[in-house]
Design a protein around this ligand. Sequence first.
Ligand code: C5P
Length: 397
Amino acid sequence: MARILLVISGGIAAYKMLEVIRRLRERGHETPVVMTDAATRFVTPLSVGALSNAPVLTDLFDLDREREIGHIRLARSADLVLVAPASADLLSRMAAGQADDLATATLLATGAPVLAAPAMNPHMWAHPATARNVARLAADGVRFIGPEAGEMAERGEAGVGRLAEPAAILAAIDAALAPAAPGPLAGRHAVVTSGPTHEPIDPVRYIANRSSGRQGHAIAAALAAAGARVTLVSGPVTIPAPAGVDLVAVESARDMLAAVEAALPADIAVMAAAVADFRVDAAPHKMKKTDGPPVLTLTENPDILATVSASSARPRLVVGFAAETQNVVAYARDKLARKGCDWIVANDVSADVFGGTENTVHLVSEDRVEDWPRLSKEEVGTRLVARIAETIGARGD
Ligand code: C5P
């Protein structure tokens, strides 16, 4: 049961809304109504109100009504707004963001999904101005049902412009109210590493690399969009964490390993960070220039990818990256074996990949190599996650 706010604008087809209201009420929905001035010339607020059994508002400046319910509250409390029939004039005012009557003010104030069922003369529907308005509204997230082709009220006129049939409008309402399908990785947990690591030299200095974190963050975003719970363990980067992921911000490789191990168990691990191979035996105090050039003693860092692959809590799918400038696929094969991971995303970094927005990669597994075209890092993320979803699927699969 939902609260469906109906916005009725002027048009011969307005009477069909009586049928739609009746059907919505039968299904147990609440149906408050806003009518434009023009709509009241085609169907009376009295008959609409008798069927809707809910407030019918027509005037932005009706103080009594405003005190009773308030158009903003009405707009905000709706689960869905149905604009039907949506006249050319109303679509134009909606597209412009006007709020000069109760219908447009309500539409501007609502946060609910909006479904519009246009109805107008075929010439008006075909006019580029209407097409422009519809395109703009669609870009704003308004969904459309119809119009349909057929005879028009005007004698001898036929074409596209008829209000969708009530049954089609009701089906569109059902679709709009249905909860979004769970993503293909719903119920899965993914750990992603991203960005560079900073290896301290002394309290104020560190060794780093040019990784921007863009690729790892794009993968984390794509995993979250596919419904996975994502723990993003990121070294220092300037880009924001994608919405909907749990960020663990770290600095050094050892911090990163600790954070990844703390995040396990997981179903999926994607290790996209550019982890420093070596750390420095850091000086406890700031080094002084007057002491002369320091000698940095380097120690090998733990390999996070290899550690996760060998872990007793090994995720089902472990994906590593390989940045190479030559023999990209051959080196990737070798890395697959050495690190014990399932896939390697091998990228050719001879071009401007580090810090750039695009990537040319090969997806290398034990038994196959896929060569992907040059893609944006977002698209690499989306494709990789599509492959992951094919392999892993949602929980319970
Ligand atoms: O050996 P190489 O650094 O080329 O391997 C790259 C892959 O290994 C990447 O997936 C990277 O995130 C991971 N890696 C790691 N820990 C390290 C070094 C690399 O997880 N210490």
